[in-house]
Design a protein around this ligand. Sequence first.
Ligand SMILES: C[S@@+](CC[C@H](N)C(=O)[O-])C[C@H]1O[C@@H](n2cnc3c(N)ncnc32)[C@H](O)[C@@H]1O
Length: 544
Amino acid sequence: MPNHRVQLTRPCCGLWLILLLGHGIKLQDFAFMVENDIMIESMHTLDYVRKSFNSTTSRTDRSKIGQFLTPAAIAQFMSSMFETGLQEVRILDPGAGAGVLFATSVETLLSQENRPLSIKVVAYETDSTVLPYLEETLNRCHLLCISNSIEFHGIIKREDFVSAAIAETRESLFAVPRERFTHVILNPPYKKINSQTAMSRMLYSSGIEVANLYAVFVWLSMRLLESGGQMVAITPRSFCNGPYFKKFRAAFLRMMNLKQIYIFESRKKAFGDDNVLQENIIYHAVRGLQKPESIKISASEDLDFDKVRTISIPYGRVVHLGDRDMFIHLDVDDADASPAERIKCFTSSLNKLGLSVSTGRVVDFRARGYLRQSPQKETVPLIYPCHFLNGFINWPVESGRKPNAIVSSAETSDLLVEAGFYVLTKRFSSKEQQRRVMAAIYDPAMIDTRLVGFENHLNYFHNQGKGLPADLAKGLALYLNSTIVDQYFRLFSGHTQVNATDLRKMPYPTREQLLRLGTYVKERMPDQETIDAIIEKECLNCEQ
Ligand SMILES: C[S@@+](CC[C@H](N)C(=O)[O-])C[C@H]1O[C@@H](n2cnc3c(N)ncnc32)[C@H](O)[C@@H]1O
């Protein structure tokens, strides 16, 4: 990766000095830097500004408005993703915070051989506490450009980006063509949008249907790009799959040509000091209808971007041809060793197997009047994730907080299923849990009942609403508990939730393979190492 770090020229040092002192950096610290001939990089100052802002505001307040400022190293890496060569650059930074993203973009442009002749920056920001920092950063960019004989024009728009962008992009017969940008760089605020609000209605009427503010920012930003204009964004990766972001994905993949995705290997790394546990990705995309042949997928273990590993993956492996859900599959391993490659020996699907997966029908808070802590005369078992034990269902669990039973009556009959062999998976895993996919077998021989209720925190695999053959269920549970399935699942799922939709899209072993796998499961699930060895052996079998 090219090194775009910019060493400050002398005229800028004075400005930096004012900026640093303004934010409580001691004069002796600055002198120390100079005397010791340390290369004073703008990066350090941008990080001082970030730390200084963070120290004067509370994390709770920042969290309320989704204000996690980008560390300078990440901003610099993001800026380096832009393709170069334009003479007139117009940069949009929506939700600019202290301005680190456009600042590193300007510096990157200036550090290139092929510098632009003019740069314009438009930064939107609504939080008055961060505005003084933003103004200073913009001034610094101005001076940097002047000292490099480059025309600079910077505008701070102290207004809501969403309303402004909707107005800017509203189509009208008589509308004057509005300004469009050559570059957008953004780390947008993350916040759920309540569907009953005026904002949600305004978005809906302009064709934007997505429930998180970050995706709204990206959606509007791409509309504000000129054809061939480029976007670099850092956002949660939750938009890559799942039903809530389907319309956003469709718009994004239609309007944009996705070129590169960077994956943070550790959830805590991106905004580590801000304690943000969100799984983030960085992506570079160019506005245009043409789709690339391949996409670059990069990753590194920490924030040392000089150690980034990059592989090129055919576009069709990231966005599968004909996939109506348009999932974006993220795969960073080498092709041969990747879970996506290894899982290819399992060629069946739930459809081909004649099986289905559904979400447990008992939503406990809606059925509260029918729930009982312990089994009674008119009740049947109610199964929760807390009943999972060693790959089977262990029921009842009297010491737990969850009820063990549900009244069986005409009112609850639709919520119950006939006893039989089922495979259950947990829908939610905690962030720190090692696995996302966790499966257990409901064995009817272990619980004496004719009917059973599966609570809504579970998904259950069934055969047209009824149980599965015992060995098939056992084989399926073993397969779902394998490492390869968990890794494959993580490729396209950024969140900790395991939806039935996601499970339907997984590849599965054939019936014969499942029956063979099932013979390894006795009264408890084998340990992880054994499960993986069994699966490995099955893969070798099908290669021969
Ligand atoms: C996640 S922070 C990122 C800031 C900056 N881009 C960076 O990378 O450091 C998002 C910023 O968007 C601002 N913001 C939130 N809602 C906004 C809106 N509707 N219009 C403009 N800015 C907004 C917040 O105040 C915050 O500074």
